[in-house]
Design a protein around this ligand. Structure first.
Ligand code: UFG
Length: 341
């Protein structure tokens, strides 16, 4: 069995990716410092797959911890690096936390690849690197825009660090996946998104409102230059997104890369407005959603969706889960964690 290290493996994307990896026969080792996730996620992964991943409570930004762990776990061929701080608003208030965690994390991971002979890296990047693109849909060739937050900046910086490092270490390989908006939950309702406190993101806010935890969804602005005035995003199902990582690993394992570092947009190719998404949620779940229109949120991009043709053709990967199913999975997960029958 091929051994894969998944950092941030108890988080939202990491846990779903671990499940898909295990179901495809990989042996997964999870590292997570549990700063934004809980260890019982491991039990739920095990319930889904029947296989318990190895787990180390390790802070990847701490080089000594990481290297001590890896010295005891040889034979890893690939790393999927999710572990990072990810709250855009918090990153504005605490920039150094973001630069320290996210940039040190990547530097340590790259050094570890060299030190322990780990060939392949998949890095979690974001469509945030494109800012508000002038031309839509956005391709991998679209210009990178100055970051709007320290969080976004760490994604750009990390892409550059990876590019520079792979250039001088041709025996190593990397793929950066630029995610659009990851949403949903595993169809088993055993794993999903677990935001702490008041959710900043749309889907957890929607499901918590439907569950009665929040009184009302505030829709941030309806005066944008879009058909219904609300912002447009490309919402990608979490299991589809997880599978993009496996496609990326396979591409590197099979030596199919065109250059040592590659970049792929991971989305559906469809843009949906906030109001369209709310309507889809209501139709898919039968839940009426209490919402109101409020002012714009600072820093929001008006509209962005992916051109996924490069990912489709080169990775042989495509998003397949319909958005109505994704909404239903997110709602079923919310019901499960809120004990709603
Ligand atoms: N929105 C609301 N009300 C809410 C929350 C969100 O109307 O309570 C709207 C936002 O204004 C936006 C859309 O819903 O138009 C999506 O907002 P999210 O916060 O869910 O997602 P973003 O597109 O703002 O952010 C996502 C990721 C970030 C990443 C960013 C850019 O969550 O990590 O995409 O790539 F940085």
């Amino acid at each position: 069995m091929k051994k894969i290290l998944v950092t941030g493996g108890t988080g939202f994307i990491g846990s779903h990716t671990t499940v898909e990896l295990q179901q495809k026969g990989y042996e997964v080792i999870i590292l997570d410092n549990l700063s934004n996730s809980q260890e019982d996620v491991i039990d739920n992964i095990t319930k889904i797959t029947g296989v318990r991943p190895t787990f180390g409570k390790i802070d990847v930004a701490d080089r000594t911890q990481l290297f001590d762990f890896l010295a005891k776990h040889q034979g890893i061929e690939s790393i999927i690096h999710f572990a990072a701080s990810k709250a855009v608003g918090e990153s504005v208030k605490e920039p150094l936390k973001y630069y320290r965690n996210n940039v040190n994390g990547v530097i340590n991971i790259l050094e570890a690849m060299k030190e322990f002979g780990i060939s392949n890296l998949v890095f979690s990047s974001s469509c945030t690197v494109y800012g508000q693109p002038e031309v839509l849909p956005v391709t991998e060739q679209s210009p990178i825009q100055p970051a709007l937050s320290p969080y976004g900046n760490t994604k750009q910086i990390n892409e550059e660090i990876i590019r520079d490092f792979i250039k001088v270490n041709p025996e190593l390989h990397a793929i950066c996946l630029r995610y659009f908006n990851p949403v949903g939950a595993h169809p088993s309702s055993l794993i999903g998104e677990l935001p702490l406190g008041v959710p900043a993101n749309l889907i957890p806010f929607i499901t918590q409102t439907a569950a009665g935890i929040r009184e009302c969804l505030s829709i941030f602005g309806n005066d944008y230059d879009t058909p219904d005035g609300t912002c447009i995003r490309d919402y990608i199902d979490i299991v589809d997104l997880a599978n993009a990582h496996i496609a990326a690993i396979n591409r590197m394992e099979q030596g199919k890369q065109k250059t040592g570092v590659e970049f792929f947009n991971i989305g559906t190719g469809n843009g949906l407005s906030v109001l369209e998404l709310v309507k889809t949620f209501e139709e898919a779940t039968g839940q009426k959603l209490n919402y109101k229109i409020v002012g714009r949120r600072e820093g929001d991009i008006e509209k962005v969706w992916a051109d996924t043709s490069v990912a489709n053709n080169e990775l042989g990967w495509k998003a397949v889960v319909p958005i109505s199913q994704t909404m239903l999975n997110a709602w079923n997960w919310q019901k499960k964690i809120s004990n709603i029958k």
